[in-house]
Write a protein that binds this ligand. Structure first.
Ligand code: AMP
Ligand code: MG
Length: 412
């Protein structure tokens, strides 16, 4: 049996970041940029107006006021997307809209609120300064500038910037294809009718959802029965996946054959981790494809996924930050545990009067999937601890992103 930290170290040491692919920019959302994005252009391409108003020579407005306006001749009208052919000379102005390129000869824009139109004249009531309300070319992005460095996660802002650069595709890390295999003679898939003693194959679905939540692609391979032959043939069907995740069959029961088959295939790196739930986890690789043999209990499978498979998938996908956010919370109850195992207790965390508080969801059996449904976090109790008192500080891994922002005020 190895510690949680050692297990994670071995797993991440065996996992490699996947290669790159080109995808349409909207498909890149939430993925990791694989190449530096450098600008081949100035944005904006030309100096343009920041206001609706008049482009003019600032000198022509010197000393202008309500009482003593500068009177200029309007020689053209230019809107965004058009370029004026006129050159502004002394005493001239061009009516201009926000975003329109500044005509030759103009060195300032006076906004429309400070003017009054009178036929082909305009009265200007305020003195302009050189450069006033002109957005210079390249104000946002300069030609040759590194705009988005590789390794950055693509968010809506990056998608917008790529569009501004006229890039319809972008190079990102591949999304891992994760084969998911449930094992067990007692399992029935969705739509089936469970005979007495049979249970629904829920693990395939919680796992597929967890895989999808990480941004990876779940491939559900269905159910393998508890025979060597079926396991072997289902592993064969997983060929082409970047990662294989199984549930069940890794404990010490007579029909727990996953770990035996992993051993036969030379695919076993370690078995059993000092944690609860999730102790019987097996990890290895089949022909270079990493393989997680997760325990079968519905809570164990999800908690093990959170601690080990999620960081592995995120590493494969090119992410640098592999772990959930943890916070310190005050315990609302007394807790007992055995020494030597790290505990992951399903918990409800709340933010109240400037502090986090945590309480377990109740019964913590590894078959009680409802504990996961109720939980928004996992209380993590260290190996050496045997009891905790109400009011003690504990570490909580937050499972629910919406909770972080909904419950914690953004202001300090
Ligand atoms: P095992 O490790 O295979 O003995 O499974 C441990 C427990 O988890 C047993 O009670 C199984 O019935 C249950 N279990 C195994 N696989 C699944 C699954 N795919 N969905 C729901 N429960 C499962
Ligand atoms: Mg089983």
């Amino acid at each position: 049996m190895i510690s949680v930290d050692k297990a994670l170290e071995q797993i991440l040491g065996a996992i490699h970041t996947l290669g790159l692919e080109k995808v349409p920019i909207l498909d890149a959302l939430g993925r990791v940029l694989g190449q530096d994005v450098t600008s081949d252009r100035d944005i904006p391409p030309l100096p343009n107006s920041a206001m609706d108003g008049y482009a003019l020579r600032f000198e022509d407005t010197r000393g202008a006021s309500r009482e003593k306006p500068a009177v200029l001749t309007v020689v053209d009208d230019v809107r965004a997307g058009r370029i004026s052919k006129k050159t502004i000379r002394r005493g001239h102005a061009v009516r201009i809209m926000t975003g329109a390129p500044i005509p030759k000869g103009a060195d300032a824009v006076t906004r429309v609120e400070d003017t009054e139109k009178d036929g082909d004249r305009v009265r200007v009531f305020a003195p302009a300064k050189k450069g006033l309300d002109i957005r210079p070319a390249g104000e946002d992005v300069k030609k040759g500038e590194l705009v988005i460095p590789k390794g950055k996660v693509i968010r809506p802002a990056e998608v917008g910037m790529l569009a501004a650069l006229n890039r319809s595709d972008v190079t990102v890390h591949r999304r891992p294809k994760v084969a998911i295999l449930s094992t067990g003679d007692e399992l029935v898939d969705l739509g089936g009718d469970p005979a007495p003693g049979m249970i629904m194959n829920s693990n395939s679905y919680s796992l597929a959802a967890q895989v999808a939540e990480c941004g990876a692609v779940p491939l559900r391979l269905g159910i393998a029965r508890d025979t060597r032959e079926d396991l072997m043939s289902k592993f064969e069907a997983a060929r082409g996946a970047d990662l294989i995740v199984t549930s069940g069959g890794v404990s010490v029961g007579d029909y727990d054959l996953v770990k035996d088959v992993m051993g036969e295939l030379g695919a076993m790196r370690f078995w059993r981790v000092a944690m609860r739930p999730g102790r019987p986890l097996a990890f290895g690789a089949i022909k270079g494809t990493p393989l997680f043999g997760l325990p079968g209990n519905p809570v164990s499978v999800m908690v093990s996924f959170e601690q080990f498979v999620r960081p592995a998938i995120l590493k494969m996908s090119g992410f640098k930050n592999l772990f959930r956010v943890t916070v310190k919370a005050l315990l609302k109850e007394n807790l007992e545990k055995v020494a030597g195992l790290r505990f992951f207790l399903r918990a409800v965390v709340e933010w109240k009067d400037g502090k986090y508080y945590a309480v377990t969801t109740g019964e913590q059996g590894s078959g009680i999937l409802k504990s996961m449904v109720k939980a928004n976090g996992l209380i993590i109790l260290p190996e050496d601890v045997t009891s905790m008192k109400a009011g003690d500080e504990v570490t909580v891994q937050l499972l629910d992103r919406s909770f972080e922002t909904a419950s914690k005020p953004w202001n300090p």
